[in-house]
Design a protein around this ligand. Structure first.
Ligand SMILES: Nc1ncnc2c1ncn2[C@@H]1O[C@H](COP(=O)(O)OP(=O)(O)OP(=O)(O)O)[C@@H](O)[C@H]1O
Ligand SMILES: [Mg+2]
Length: 310
């Protein structure tokens, strides 16, 4: 549905996007993840025909964003970074105004507006002045606006920014629900967001794609393997040397705490060494109080990828 090839955009002397290529298939929810200034908004503005790229190509639903912008716009619902709304208008007036602008046929306008109000959970505020709505509700009005012309593809730039945790949760659920009918490309710098909503993540940093995969594949591909925390009663030195002798174990860090010792065991690759650790402890008649595997979080991966020197 979205195809981006070797896209580059420079502003005066800033290279905002550099040789970015990716695809988004029909029905996918893909997260564009990156720190501030990574080039997320720039990429989205190119895809939504707000500005041209310096080089490279991009197409949306088969239409070229440079040569066929009218058709591209018909296929896309775009929620910009700062949702521009008219604060003095009522929700239903605003949506009607937008529906006209988007050339929704007059006989369909009312039913489209009703459907969008319903899907975004804002029917009860349809007569309210936009300026008096909470930020979360204004965001929903923005989302309803993106849906008015029933686009196949939604491009949402930081849809949950500035919302409180409850509103964030509601907007995420809403986006997930929208993802059942639409292809969604959303940008965020919030990691749990992509883990919760997206089937696939494209991590960009300083204008370049640095990783692209499902959240779970990114997690398993993190180098360094797993870390296991354990709490064991017994002689610290003996335990440490026994643990170090387990095949695959690369490092054992320990702290003595009276009779009970805490250890952090690091192991190679994907192997789950908990079973071997458990057997080792039982064989030696030590008492195990805790055994916990710590998986790398997407946050670790993001940090690792976006802080590497290029
Ligand atoms: N109109 C502009 N003129 C000059 N430089 C710009 C312009 N717009 C963006 N930039 C620069 O391009 C780079 C990428 O910006 P962009 O807004 O795409 O990042 P972003 O990933 O959306 O960041 P954020 O998370 O802060 O929204 C930044 O270095 C930014 O300063
Ligand atoms: Mg941005």
């Amino acid at each position: 549905m979205i195809k981006v090839e070797h896209l580059t955009k420079s502003y005066a002397n800033v290279l905002a996007v550099e040789d970015v290529s990716f695809e988004v298939g029909e029905g996918e929810i893909v997260g564009l993840l990156g720190p501030n200034g990574a080039g997320k908004t720039t990429t989205m503005r190119i895809l939504t025909c707000f500005m041209p790229a310096t080089s490279g190509t991009a197409s949306v639903a088969g239409y070229d964003v440079f040569t066929d912008s009218l058709n591209v716009r018909k296929q896309i619902g775009y929620l910009p970074e700062n949702v521009p709304l008219y604060p003095e208008m009522r929700v239903n007036e605003y949506l009607l105004f937008r529906a006209k602008l988007k050339k929704v046929p007059s006989k369909e306008r009312n039913s489209r507006i009703q459907e969008c109000l319903e899907r975004c959970g804002i029917r009860e505020v349809e007569k309210q002045i936009i300026g008096t709505l909470s930020k979360g509700y204004r965001q929903r009005v923005g989302l309803a606006d993106t849906l008015l012309h029933d686009p196949k593809i939604l491009i949402l730039d930081e849809p949950t920014i500035g919302l409180d945790p409850n509103q964030i949760r509601q907007i995420r659920q809403l986006i997930k629900a929208l993802g059942e009918k639409h292809t969604v490309l959303l940008s965020t710098h919030i990691l749990p967001e992509v883990e919760m909503i997206c089937g696939r993540v494209i991590i960009i940093n300083r204008g370049k794609v640095v990783a692209m995969d499902t959240p779970s594949n990114l997690l398993t591909s993190l180098k360094g393997g797993a870390t296991v925390h354990l709490e064991v009663a017994g002689k610290a030195e003996r335990i440490k040397s026994a643990l170090s002798a387990i095949p695959g174990v690369t490092k054992v860090l320990g702290s003595e705490n009276g009779d009970i010792n805490n250890f952090v065991v690091e192991a190679d690759g994907d192997k789950d060494i908990r079973e071997d650790i458990f057997k080792c402890i039982v064989k030696n008649n030590w008492i195990l109080y805790e055994l916990r595997r710590e998986k790398a979080s997407l946050e670790d991966i993001f940090h690792q990828i976006t802080t590497q020197e290029s």
